[in-house]
Write a protein that binds this ligand. Structure first.
Ligand code: NAP
Length: 283
């Protein structure tokens, strides 16, 4: 039976460390500040934004929320980003995605100053990750690395397989594993004979977006299995990309959904914001 990788526990521990650092900021010196922009009324986005605000409050950050109506023009949004880029109280700017139809998401994201791009989606930050010199790392893959590190999972020389090649999860995840000297394979929807590829993995990271996609037949005995997926099963219950009950019997470590990778994402956003703050405060 696999050991459960407890994302809530790790997340709590990282947030406590951040809070200690914030508490140690001298009187009269400003706290880290995060601005979150949401455009429109997407219910899931509203929940994410609320959770980010609560997380900021928990660790003592300044948190500003800009809720803009769906009719906001792209020029108005870019102008708000300009204002926040120049705002001395704000270290991180996050535009909640997806934006309503009609917005050029790429253009909007690239408008955020790389020094405040705490989601690490700007071309500058993506490039820095590629050459192993990152200030910020996209929050979900960074959370996965934090979990592996917390549970002392050895990566050097290990075979790692990432299923999924999105810009926000799969690709940066592969680069981060490579940085730790794993031998990395990235699988995707055109991969031929996926089970034979995934059965090679000592560490398997799954970011596909399909409920219970990975069964026990796709996993090597004793593998470490990280489930990034967040889906609803046929009963509307939250579940991952991995068939947890089946794979738990075969893996050495496994993340549950919920309670695995999910709690780490906002925590890594807090970490990136603190990194940005530490740089800005010295300028
Ligand atoms: P995405 O952009 O839709 O990417 C999915 C990837 O899975 C693609 O690269 C796709 O391959 C691959 N794929 C699809 N079907 C496949 C198949 N049959 N065999 C092999 N590969 C297949 O999704 P994402 O944004 O990376 O997110 C993935 C999952 O993680 C989702 O469930 C999402 O909700 C979850 N997520 C969770 C968090 C968190 O905080 N826990 C954060 C972000 C995302 P192609 O490139 O060939 O199409």
């Amino acid at each position: 039976m696999a050991q459960i990788i407890d994302g809530k526990l790790v997340s709590r521990s990282v947030r406590e460390d951040i809070k200690k650092k914030v508490d140690a900021i001298p009187e009269g010196v400003r706290r880290p500040g995060l601005a979150v922009i949401i455009v429109g009324e997407d219910p899931a986005s509203k929940v994410y934004v609320r959770n980010k605000k609560l997380a900021c409050e928990e660790v003592g950050y300044l948190s500003r929320e800009y809720a803009l109506p769906a009719e906001t023009s792209e020029e108005e949004l870019l102008s708000l980003i300009d204002t926040l880029n120049a705002d001395g109280e704000i270290d991180g700017i996050l535009v909640q995605l997806p934006l309503p139809r009609g917005f050029d998401e790429k253009k909007v994201i690239q408008h955020i100053s790389p020094s405040k791009d705490v989601d690490a989606f700007s071309y500058v930050n993506v490039g820095r990750i590629t050459v192993g010199d990152a200030d910020f790392v996209p929050c979900t893959p960074a959370g996965v690395m934090e979990l592996l590190n917390y549970y002392n999972v050895e990566l050097q020389g290990k075979r790692a397989v990432v299923i999924g090649r999105s810009n926000i999860v799969g690709k940066p995840q592969a680069l981060l594993l490579l940085e730790k000297n794993a031998t990395v394979t990235v699988a995707h929807s055109r991969t031929v004979d996926l089970p034979s590829v995934t059965r090679e993995a000592d560490v398997l990271v799954v970011a596909v977006g399909r409920a219970k996609f990975v069964g026990a037949d796709m996993v090597k005995e004793g593998a470490v299995v990280i489930d990034v997926g967040m889906n609803r099963d046929e009963n509307g219950k939250l579940c991952g990309d991995v068939d947890f009950e089946a794979v738990e019997k075969k893996a050495s470590y496994i993340t549950p959904v919920p309670g695995g990778v999910g709690p780490m994402t906002i925590t890594e956003l807090l970490k990136n914001t603190f990194t940005a703050y530490s740089r800005h405060i010295k300028e």
